[in-house]
Ligand binder design. Structure first.
Ligand SMILES: NC(=O)c1ccc[n+]([C@@H]2O[C@H](COP(=O)([O-])OP(=O)(O)OC[C@H]3O[C@@H](n4cnc5c(N)ncnc54)[C@H](O)[C@@H]3O)[C@@H](O)[C@H]2O)c1
Length: 436
């Protein structure tokens, strides 16, 4: 096939694949040997997760080519390429120098070159990057969290709707939603095996994340980007960045119901004066309140030498269930202690990160778009709401939180960027919220 014709056909195929549910598209088996069946994938944020997601994309579909990369720093791109060239699929890693884009706005150049984008940079950039990806008509893998503040949340919801209208696939990086034991457990919960859910208690108690010491020549922005998990404008704080997985499981267990209000608390105890530790807390506890009684509690911590656990305890009117994904433990008992259900010991446990990409590329190939946008955005907003309450020391309603106009991104990223003070509860109003 002539190269120009092949390119046209390939673009037409991807365009057709993006048209909508049930669009008539030739199945993968028909296209497998055609040169136009390649899917060009771009990575935005070429760190640990971006590189992992790229490997999973390569494994998901034999037509995937890693084609373009964008990162704030050139060395992260080089490191990532080195790792990808160690894979069995290294022949499908085709990123020459001119497709290695450096800078915090370098997604723009990448979007002009690819069919699918993997959004894996710090979440402070995600809403804008998602909006640009949808506007450019790309299929998307979108790591969690997807926003760090309410304006970001509202922007993500708009992008999610626009992606649906355009027939684009949008698969979320909330990986537990792609884990077989969790899927089976939450299906049991939704089927009523433990009755109606009246409360969830979730934990994400773990150790502090690492830091990168300042190097000569780094600007303030470089320093904060290299330590992005420790700066709230970039990460949302660890409740939003890490424990959001647990918040998502609360949201899942509650069948997508949203809390009416929450009361959060948190602080920073670790006596570690390093500026690399930014302005984030090292512990939070949030109670989410629901209409007609249910309450869900999240505890999260990143402190050294403490008890660590990451689990979910779900109470229903007929019984209770325990999820410990890393255990792995997934069971439901009645209140006399008799087992009602458990995930079979020999049940399938495919790699959940791989399942995400299998889902995305199968959707693209079949022309039946998947869009996981709303619940993904709502789980993140629940976590943001908990942080708002903890930082301010005030109770906050869902309406107040979602309507907040507080944007965390500093107005000017080009000059001096001081390390912000750690928020003091009781001294900070609920962000721009109307009076209850
Ligand atoms: N689902 C999961 O289990 C899981 C696991 C780890 C990380 N994550 C998420 O993945 C994302 C990335 O985390 P990570 O562990 O890979 O971090 P990382 O620091 O290893 O990688 C992030 C990369 O993004 C780059 N970057 C910064 N600003 C950018 C911009 N504006 N445009 C492009 N690149 C930019 C950084 O330089 C860095 O290389 C985060 O949202 C994190 O929460 C999810």
């Amino acid at each position: 096939m002539h190269a120009a014709h092949a390119e046209h056909s390939r673009r037409m195929f991807l365009k057709t694949a993006a048209v909508g549910v049930g669009a008539a598209v030739a199945p993968w088996s028909v296209l497998a040997h055609a040169p136009d069946s390649r899917i060009r994938v771009g990575i935005v944020g070429c760190g640990g997760r971006g590189t992992g997601a790229a490997a999973q994309a390569l494994a998901a579909d034999p037509g995937v080519v890693i084609w373009s990369m964008s990162d704030a720093f050139a060395d992260r791109i080089e490191q990532s390429i080195k790792q990808l060239l160690g894979l069995e699929q290294k022949n499908r890693v085709e990123v020459p120098q001119e497709r290695r884009h450096v800078g915090i706005g370098s997604i723009d150049a990448l979007l002009a070159e690819v069919d699918v984008v993997l959004l894996c940079s710090p979440p402070g950039f995600r809403p804008e990057q998602l909006a640009k990806s949808v506007a450019a008509g790309k299929h998307i893998f979108c790591e969690k969290p997807v926003c760090v503040d309410a304006p970001g949340y509202r922007s993500v919801l708009e992008s999610v709707r626009a992606a649906r209208a355009k027939g684009l696939s949008l698969v979320s990086g909330f990986c537990w939603r792609s884990s077989s034991p969790e899927r089976a457990m939450f299906a049991q919960i939704h089927a009523g095996t433990l009755g109606e859910v009246v409360g969830v208690h979730s934990t994400y108690l773990t150790s502090p994340l690492g830091v990168r010491a300042r190097q000569p020549g780094w600007s303030d922005l470089d320093f904060q980007l290299r330590n992005w998990q420790h700066f709230t404008w970039l990460s949302g704080d660890h409740l939003v960045e890490q424990a959001v997985h647990s918040v998502d499981k609360i949201h899942w267990a509650m069948g997508g119901r949203l809390p009416t209000r929450c009361v959060g608390m948190g602080s920073r105890f670790t006596h570690d004066p390093l500026p690399e530790r930014g302005d984030v807390y090292d512990n939070f506890a949030v109670t989410y309140e629901y209409e007609n009684g249910p309450r869900c509690v999240l505890m999260c911590r990143q402190q050294p030498d403490c008890y660590n656990i990451n689990d979910d305890w779900i109470n229903g009117t007929k019984g209770y269930g325990w999820v410990n994904g890393w255990g792995p433990t997934h069971w439901i008992k009645d209140y006399s202690g008799s087992l009602l259900w458990s995930y079979p010991k020999d049940g399938p446990t495919p790699n959940m990160y791989q399942v995400e990409h299998d889902t995305l590329f199968a959707a693209i190939r079949s022309g039946r778009p998947v869009n996981e946008g709303e619940w993904m955005a709502n789980s993140c907003m629940m976590a943001i709401m908990g942080r708002m309450s903890a930082y301010s020391g005030q109770a906050i309603t869902w309406e107040e939180a979602t309507q907040s106009t507080e944007s965390l991104r500093p107005a000017d990223l080009s000059g001096t960027l001081a390390v912000p003070p750690v928020p003091r509860p009781g001294r900070r109003p609920v962000p721009q919220a109307p009076k209850v």
